[in-house]
Design a protein around this ligand. Structure first.
Ligand code: NAP
Length: 248
């Protein structure tokens, strides 16, 4: 399947995507920011699945780190065929009137600026216009882009609205250059991200709003990501798949 770069691959949806990608035949570049031990465990599982893994630390909110990630990834494993633009944070949850500039900037820096930079570098590496072989980009949006993050995470929700727009615009821009660009839009997925809002009960609090009556798993999101990257989705671009258990 080629070489897949996953930003934020050490935990949660990114880690599940890395592991499943290896099982489906991808060699995988696992980017992480701070959790080297968790990233190392993901890399070990990729190797156990018989695929190559490269571990590359880097803060996806920092342009130099994003550029270095793609350079080191290609050097380590060869030409890149897929990118999962996954690294993201929620910031501390609060009503907007109680949200600090620091939180807003941190969320926008990674979820919007970082995602744009990752998409830009992905295009430079994969576009047939630049001598690449083509490939796929999957951006991590969120149901929050539609629901709005009311009462807790409006800055986060707004950044995911930007991801939806990035996905549409870039899909059209590079549609003739061999690159498909799509998004997944997960609802409540069981990962550590909810605790980072400061509300340790967030998943239970929001559960009654899920028609299927349960939270989703990181693997259920990874399945959609890997389908979008696969030849089975060869005519799919510019779309966003809702993975929400019916929480629309
Ligand atoms: P998570 O469990 O909190 O994991 C976040 C991952 O991103 C970790 O691997 C972390 O690496 C990495 N990361 C954080 N900041 C980074 C940075 N500046 N540069 C590079 N990597 C960084 O999150 P998740 O729940 O899997 O979420 C993954 C994506 O799905 C996010 O974009 C999120 O917005 C989106 N999403 C999640 C849900 C959900 O319910 N879980 C729903 C909708 C959308 P380290 O551990 O090494 O720091």
């Amino acid at each position: 399947m080629g070489v897949l770069v996953v930003t934020g691959g050490s935990r949660g949806i990114g880690a599940a995507t890395c592991r499943m990608a290896a099982q489906r035949g991808w060699d995988v570049v696992v980017n992480y920011k701070g959790n080297a031990a968790a990233a190392g465990a993901v890399a070990a599982d990729i190797a156990a699945a018989g695929r190559k893994a490269a571990l590359i630390q880097g803060d996806m909110a920092v342009e130099a780190d994003v550029i270095r990630l793609f350079a080191e990834a290609q050097k380590a494993l060869g030409p890149i065929g897929g990118v999962v633009n996954n690294a993201g944070i929620t910031g501390t949850g609060s009503r907007l009137e109680d949200t600090t500039l620091e939180t807003i900037r941190a969320v926008v820096d990674l979820n919007v600026t970082g995602a744009l930079l990752v998409a830009r570098e992905a295009v430079k590496r994969m576009s047939t216009r630049h001598g690449g072989q083509g490939g796929g980009i999957v951006n991590l949006s969120s149901a929050a882009a539609r629901l709005g993050g009311t009462g807790e995470l409006i800055p986060y929700a707004a950044t995911k609205g930007a991801i939806e727009t990035l996905t549409i615009g870039l899909a059209k821009e590079v549609g003739g250059d061999g690159i498909r660009v799509n998004a997944v839009s997960p609802g409540l997925i069981a990962t550590d991200i909810h605790d980072s809002t400061g509300d340790m009960n967030r998943m239970n609090r929001l559960l009654p709003g899920v028609p299927m009556g349960r939270v989703g798993t990181a693997e259920e999101v990874a399945e959609a990501i890997l389908w979008l990257l696969s030849p089975a989705a060869s005519y799919v671009t510019g779309t966003s798949i809702q993975i929400t258990g019916g929480r629309l």
